[in-house]
Write a new protein. Sequence first.
Length: 320
Amino acid sequence: MVKNAVVENLGAWKLFVQVAGFRSFRSAAKALDADPSVVSRRIAQLEEALGFRLFDTSGQTLALTENGRRALCTISPLLDIADKTFADIREGVVRPKRQLHILASAGFQNAFLWRATARFRLIHPDTSFWIETFRQGDSFFDQLGHGVDIIVTSFRQENPNLYLRRVSRHPKVCVASPALVEREGPFEKPQDLGKVPLSANVHFLRSISFRRGDEVADGPRHFAMLTDNSSFLADWAAAGCGIFVGCPSTIAADRIRDRRLVRVCKDWSLPLLEGWAYASLAEAMNPNSLIVTFLDFLEALNRMVLEDARTVVDTAGDAM
């Protein structure tokens, strides 16, 4: 009876998942604000109730046994479902079966997500979307399984308790208004960019470096305008205020078609902007999941949209 009570205790299994994620009793205890000896003892009780070891403690670092790995794969989806169910009960929420609640950066929403949701509804008209913008510093991964279905961001973070998938790869380019290029240009190499005010997305600053074949050049260090909204920066550049360094190609293409922007520094490339989607393991393992269906669509549509944007940016968008 006691053994069954231990095995059926969700708290014990949540503790197991935490320890498996950190690969350390001490780190898991610190995250939970608990005593390491208490964490170790509760895991030992769970192992005794199960009749097998979950962790191999013989090495310098904690490792899952084969039984532990199987247990982690089995219990993680069940805990995700339980957390989502308890959250809905506490909040009195009855969620529509065909609604997707997505947290995404403002940049990804502007660059791609609005297209994807609109086109997805053409195929699945009974689906509705609830999209929110997360801010830098938010503990947004904690919200998966608590009312949030998908998180999309440019940051990649390995987490054994979450489903991770790359859904987009956006080339980034430098753009300016035709009037600015005519007045202050040409802008053919990275060193030329310093002649005018520059702007950039604050999240991409670490990845601003230029490459042409084997030649590499550092990106600019000083910017007149920084924000996390790439559409705002593209309009800033289109107004003739300066050059947007690292504009996602999908955002640039729309304004190049309208002749509001042209591409500068065209022979130099910038690192790709990648979009990563996170979801619960429970949804990833469900073959009928609306979440997985949408992520499949997102990845496929990304290839089509980027090919169209690349054609515009690489041809009509070139500055003379």
